[in-house]
Design a protein around this ligand. Structure first.
Ligand SMILES: NC(=O)C1=CN([C@@H]2O[C@H](COP(=O)(O)OP(=O)(O)OC[C@H]3O[C@@H](n4cnc5c(N)ncnc54)[C@H](OP(=O)(O)O)[C@@H]3O)[C@@H](O)[C@H]2O)C=CC1
Ligand SMILES: CC(=O)[C@@H](O)[C@H](O)COP(=O)(O)O
Ligand SMILES: [Mn+2]
Length: 389
């Protein structure tokens, strides 16, 4: 029986993780749940799964959660710091990092420092501080099992392989809702349209990242650190059907892929169950229904975020941290209709030019770079014609 701390239990990954847990009561038990603002759902989840503790990181929701769970033997904590404490508990076997954005970094690091197995969905953690996180995980023997579908695919392709025989990895990208569209169309698109991913149902931030292809840029950086790859070993190919979740090409020319229907419960249960592969009765791929699996190069001239992210990866240092912070601010602004779809790339680029470069950042440098980048990005966002700041 694995005892799991689900950080971000009220989100898209968190709720699907709870479905996986509910389907496998002999394998998994919820030890901790965490939410930020969605206290109503957190309370409902706590009543159903009866964890040892819940954390509500937005402290203004503490009283509501505490009062609602008063009659149950569930500890209730508030604030981000509490997350760092609970993930280190002896009673936690696996930490599922499913918080969105930079906000998930501290708790992931706390889990790694405690030598926990981390099932990691929160890709921003590795984008911002991949070198540092992987270094500390190695020092503490903490396993990081990817949940992100592409990285889960690569991980599964690598099990039992000699990693020195990897020539490159090929990340598949769906292309998002605007595949094939050009700038003259994209200047006018609104969040409601960008949120409609063709294959996956996900949280708002990652859905916009998929639409701009920033998601694939973030995933290149995530792959670099997870699998210890050189920049030139990471390729991206657009595969609109999202059946092949990514591939590994070996030095003998063989290519392995992992396939499946686009359903995040699969990589989630793989990461939670690893090294055990858990049987389920989810819908299988029927190749007659998917008789055309197609591939094309990404349009980097239109979807500039992917090119900008790749450049930040190659530049290294604090550049990916700055990229991430600017992107978080601008995605938030786009969701509120305060900047345009195409403007986001220009503003991210300008933020990267504005924040001083740090070649070998430690945690304090990342915090500082993140804060500075947010200020610049917000300043640029305010200059948008759409802005009503
Ligand atoms: N959704 C997907 O299919 C995939 C997601 N991922 C990655 O997984 C992560 C989660 O994504 P997703 O589930 O879509 O996101 P959601 O927006 O659906 O959920 C985010 C979760 O994080 C919590 N949260 C938000 N802000 C904070 C904060 N400041 N402090 C603590 N907790 C916070 C939310 O709490 P509350 O709702 O209570 O406010 C919620 O539980 C992201 O990094 C994403 O890139 C990767 C691959 C696929
Ligand atoms: C489900 C998942 O892992 C997402 O990151 C997904 O890959 C997004 O799809 P695209 O970024 O390829 O559109
Ligand atoms: Mn992904």
């Amino acid at each position: 029986m694995k005892r799991i701390a689900i950080l971000g239990s009220t989100g898209s990954i968190g709720t699907q993780a709870l479905e996986v847990v509910a389907a496998n009561p002999a394998l998994f038990q919820v030890e901790v749940l965490s939410a930020h603002r969605n206290s109503a759902l957190l309370i409902e989840q706590a009543r159903k799964f009866k964890p040892n503790a819940v954390v509500v990181t937005d402290e203004s929701r503490y009283k509501e959660v505490k009062d609602a769970l008063m009659m149950l033997p569930i500890k209730v904590f508030a604030g981000e710091r509490s997350l760092d404490d609970v993930v280190q508990w002896e009673s936690v076997d696996v930490v599922l990092g499913a918080i969105v954005g930079f906000a998930g970094l501290n708790s992931t690091l706390a889990a790694v420092d405690a030598g926990k197995t981390v099932a990691l969905a929160n890709k921003e953690t590795l984008v911002v501080a991949g070198e540092l996180v992987m270094r500390r995980a190695a020092a503490k023997n903490a396993a990081i099992i990817p949940v992100d579908s592409e990285h889960s695919a690569i991980f599964q392709c690598l099990v039992g392989e000699d990693t020195t025989a990897v020539e490159k990895v090929i990340l598949t990208a769906s292309g998002g809702p605007f595949l094939g569209r050009k700038p003259n169309y994209l200047v006018n698109v609104k969040a409601s349209h960008a949120l409609q991913h063709p294959n996956w149902s996900m949280g708002a931030k990652i859905s916009i990242d998929s639409a701009t292809l920033m998601n694939k840029g973030l995933e290149m950086i995530e792959a670099k650190w997870l699998f210890g790859l050189r920049d030139e070993q990471i390729d991206v190919i657009v595969h609109p059907q999202s059946i092949i979740h990514s591939m590994v090409q070996f030095t003998d020319g063989s290519v392995k892929s992992q396939m499946g229907l686009p359903d995040m419960k699969l990589p989630i249960q793989y990461a939670l169950g690893f090294p055990q592969r858990i049987a389920n009765n989810y819908k299988r791929v029927d190749f007659r229904e998917h008789s055309k699996l197609t591939f094309e190069l990404p349009d980097l001239k239109t979807f500039r975020n992917l090119a900008i992210a790749k450049e930040a990866m190659i530049r290294g240092g604090n550049a990916p941290c700055v990229l991430n912070a600017a992107n978080e601010v601008l995605v938030h602004a786009f969701l509120q209709n305060k900047v345009g779809f195409m403007e986001m790339s220009d503003m991210i680029e300008k933020t990267l030019e504005s924040v001083p470069f740090i070649a070998n950042p430690e945690m304090d440098d990342h915090r500082k770079s993140d804060a500075e980048a947010r200020e610049y990005a917000l300043e640029y966002a305010k200059k948008s014609q759409l802005s009503m700041y």
